[in-house]
Structures are given as structure tokens and as C-alpha cells.
Design a protein around this ligand. Structure first.
Ligand code: FAD
Length: 272
């Protein structure tokens, strides 16, 4: 790891202390560090404001995974490895377990957390794509209160970097019996997805989320309606998506990939 800029480190023991720390000038939430340490090492522009890393791994509200009625409440500190292996996730939110087990590489899956994934907006975040298929809500604390907001709204207010002054405590997702995740990246490990898709049947309705095809992963009721009607996917995908062309793939290739992955996920989940 290259040299890091100078900063102080604190590890609050409870939520009140964490919120005080996060409110300090130059404070930045630190969870698994898989994204943050890279940003610090690369000296991304926003990093020059960071003076203190606030390690939130001791906050009990961010831990644990349990059923809550028709939903699962998943603590923000849950790692990708834990998500992939947890029996409740495998039984009720398979799309999420599959996304977590295909994220990055073993060393990063042992450290990278759910809260960090949701906080780090990436066009093809695997876990975020799966969460959107499951109609996720984010439980977030600021200095005044804890509230729950739909993930899709939360993501609209997220930009890369600091300052945030809010702490994700948990994410809740709808429980469902049939769901699946598919992705393709440049390599099987240590590589972000080119395209990721999540599908789930919730209360009898098909939900589809797409990653890598706009600035952020997004849910697509229009594509889900096309699938439900048994129509060809290409037209709906072309209308919904704005895929980039870059050194790895053209926009047309990404769209074809999305259609293939969607068909695969829908079939594997038994949704057609
Ligand atoms: C080489 C590499 C490959 C990767 N491949 C993939 C991949 O295939 N798929 C994929 O989805 N992701 C991938 N990632 C991304 C990364 O592993 C995840 O986003 C990870 O879950 C981030 O969690 P973290 O706990 O490490 O976050 P950190 O690095 O600790 O923090 C990341 C950001 O989130 C903020 N933050 C963290 N937790 C919270 C919280 N609870 N509340 C508020 N803000 C918070 C931090 O302040 C920081 O700005 C990859 C990353 C790397 C470096």
C-alpha cells in the first residue's frame, strides 16, 4: 500500500459517540476500508479534507441479521462473506447472497461491508444491484434522528467522497422465495462488473435491477414488464439504459450482455 496522508483515528463505542465524532470537522466514516484506503492512497480530490477516520465497527446498531416481519434487517457492518453464507439470506434473499459471493475477491469480501457498498456509489455495484431488486430500505442516522429511506432515494443524494455526516445502520430487504443474480466482469476476481442484473419475485410481481448501464444501478419496472409479457428484451433495455463505451466494452456489447444475463437470471430463478 503506498503512503497514506496523515489522519487521526477514533473508534467510538456507541451510536451517540459515533455521531459526535462524525460531526467533527474532517471526520470520515471507516468500516472495512476496502474502498476508503484505496481512495486515500490514490489521493482522490475529496481526500484532502479528511483529518480523522471514525471506525464504526464497534456500533451495536450496525451488527446482526434477523427477520422483521416480511423483511430481513441486515446490519450495515455485515461483510460480503457473512452475507453470502447467512442461512436467512440464502433462503429469503438468494439474489443478495449470490451478489455477495461474487463480489471482488476473498480478502476484500472478508472486510468489505454492506454499509460501505451502499455508501460507495459505483455504476455496477453488485450488492447494490441485488438490494434494489429486493426493494431495499436504508436505516440511516444523522445528528438529529434515525430514519428509513428507500435505497433508490438514498442513492440519488449520494456522491463519491466526504463529507457525509450520516451513518448507515442497516438495510432492510423484502423476503422472497425466488430470485437470482448474474454478472460479468473483465476478470472473475478483483474486478468490477461490466454488467450486473438482479431479479426477484416480490408479492407476485417481478422486480428487476440493472448495474453498469447508467451512472448508478437502478430498478427497472419497464424491463420487468417486458419480461412479464414475454416480449423481446432488447427494445426495453435500449430505452432504459445509457451504457458507456470504454476500453473494456462498447455500449452495444453491454446491452447484449444485459439481455443475456437477464434471460439467464429469470430462468434460473424459475420466473419464466
Ligand atoms: C479491487 C476492488 C474490487 C472490488 N470489486 C467489487 C465488486 O466486484 N463488486 C462490488 O460490488 N464491489 C466491489 N468493490 C467495492 C468494495 O469492496 C465494496 O464497496 C465494499 O463493500 C465497501 O465496504 P467497506 O466496508 O470496505 O467500506 P469503506 O472502504 O470502509 O468505506 C467506503 C465509503 O463508505 C463510507 N462508509 C462506510 N460504511 C459506512 C456507513 N455504515 N455509513 C456511512 N458511510 C459509510 C466511508 O466513509 C467511505 O466513504 C471492489 C473494491 C476494490 C478495491
Amino acid at each position: 500500500m503506498p503512503d497514506l496522508p496523515a489522519f487521526t483515528y477514533s473508534r467510538p463505542r456507541d451510536l451517540a459517540a459515533a455521531m459526535t465524532a462524525i460531526g467533527r470537522r474532517g471526520a470520515c466514516v471507516y468500516a472495512g476500508g476496502t474502498d476508503l484506503l484505496v481512495a486515500l492512497a490514490e489521493r482522490r480530490p475529496w481526500v484532502r479534507f479528511v483529518r480523522e477516520l471514525v471506525d464504526v465497527k464497534g456500533i451495536s446498531e450496525g451488527k446482526g441479521l434477523r427477520e422483521r416481519g416480511a423483511r430481513l434487517r441486515i446490519g450495515a457492518l455485515t461483510t460480503a462473506d457473512e452475507l453470502a453464507a447467512h442461512p436467512l439470506v440464502r433462503r429469503h434473499a438468494r439474489v443478495l447472497a449470490e451478489a455477495a459471493e461474487q463480489t471482488s475477491a476473498p480478502a476484500l469480501r472478508r472486510r468489505g461491508t454492506l454499509g460501505g457498498n451502499v455508501s460507495s456509489p459505483h455504476p455496477a455495484g453488485d450488492v447494490t444491484t441485488a438490494l434494489l431488486a429486493l426493494d431495499a430500505m436504508v436505516e440511516v442516522a444523522d445528528r438529529k434522528a434515525v430514519c428509513e429511506v428507500p435505497l433508490v432515494d438514498f442513492m440519488r443524494t449520494q456522491a463519491e467522497g466526504w463529507p457525509r455526516q450520516r451513518l448507515i445502520l442497516a438495510v432492510t430487504v423484502c423476503k422472497c422465495r425466488r430470485s437470482a443474480f448474474e454478472k460479468v466482469g473483465a476478470r472473475p476476481a478483483f474486478s468490477r462488473s461490466l454488467v450486473a442484473v438482479g431479479v426477484a419475485a416480490i408479492d407476485g410481481a417481478l422486480r428487476i435491477a440493472l448495474g453498469g448501464l447508467r451512472e448508478r444501478p437502478f430498478p427497472s419496472p419497464a424491463v420487468a414488464a417486458s419480461v412479464a409479457r414475454g416480449e423481446g428484451l432488447e427494445t426495453a433495455l435500449a430505452a432504459e439504459c445509457r451504457p458507456p463505451t470504454d476500453a473494456l466494452a462498447s455500449d452495444a456489447y453491454r446491452l447484449r450482455l444485459a439481455a443475456t444475463l437477464l434471460r439467464r437470471a429469470v430462468a434460473r430463478a424459475g420466473l419464466r
